[in-house]
Design a protein around this ligand. Structure first.
Ligand SMILES: C[S@@+](CC[C@H](N)C(=O)[O-])C[C@H]1O[C@@H](n2cnc3c(N)ncnc32)[C@H](O)[C@@H]1O
Length: 213
């Protein structure tokens, strides 16, 4: 099976996946949306204030935009002795140059994008580890199907970013067993954020023990 996302840049410059028939984010305000939906949605940076360690789980690494946004916020607000652990899942990794082209839309992210892109994995399968010692942060990127990745991870997340294309176009990423696995990986008091308001996903999350806000 090919693990190529079939990435192309639409006329407006936004990255899209031919494989899934969906956009990664809207180019116009992708960073603003990422901040509003995922960072604000998970109550950051307040959530990590006073903490020695904080863990974020993301489904759908894509271009790395959400990860770059959370790293930037962390770099600006972290306590000096605190560590940020990031775990992200990607079954269809794009090429480094494609991600570089996408992230170049936000010059303010350049100081983060540079070390992120410098550690971009060469292989599309397996685990890749990124270290950001300048911000006391690390990223473990699971390059595999979501179910395999969640079964192999033993962490507990304080914030969960669910960003796996729309449930209508990619139901696999939102299946009941995936949602249950997410609930099993949530630390007490964890916050979860997603673009989707699909009723079935919402009901699945609530059935797995998540409360709506
Ligand atoms: C909306 S995009 C993520 C955008 C990303 N968070 C960003 O900041 O650019 C969804 C991602 O989920 C990945 N994906 C879709 N189905 C998957 C699956 N079953 N397992 C793992 N990754 C999957 C896609 O390859 C794509 O990169």
């Amino acid at each position: 099976m090919s693990h190529d996302p079939g990435l192309y840049f639409a006329e407006d410059g936004a990255p899209r996946s031919e494989r899934f028939g969906d956009i990664y984010y809207s180019l116009q305000d992708g960073l603003a949306e990422s901040r509003a939906v995922f960072l604000d949605g998970c109550g950051l940076p307040d959530g990590w204030r006073g903490r020695r360690g904080f863990t974020v789980l993301e489904l759908g690494f894509g271009t790395g935009l959400n990860i770059a946004a959370v790293l930037k916020l962390w770099s600006e607000t972290r306590a000096p002795d605190a560590h940020l652990t990031l775990f992200s899942v990607e079954g269809f990794l794009m090429a480094r140059d494609e991600a570089a082209r996408a992230l170049a839309a936000w010059p303010e992210l350049a100081p983060i994008a540079e070390p992120l892109l410098a550690q971009w994995p060469k292989a599309r399968r397996g685990f890749a580890r990124f270290d950001f010692p300048q911000w006391s942060a690390s990223l473990s990127l699971a390059l595999m199907d979501v179910r395999v990745a969640l079964a192999q991870w033993h962490g507990r997340a304080d914030a969960l970013f669910l960003d796996g294309f729309s449930p209508a176009l990619n139901p696999d990423m939102w299946a009941e067993d995936v949602v249950q696995a997410l609930a099993d990986h949530a630390a007490p008091g964890a916050r979860l954020a997603t673009f989707t308001v699909a009723g079935a996903v919402r009901r699945g999350l609530m059935a797995a023990g998540c409360a709506a806000r």
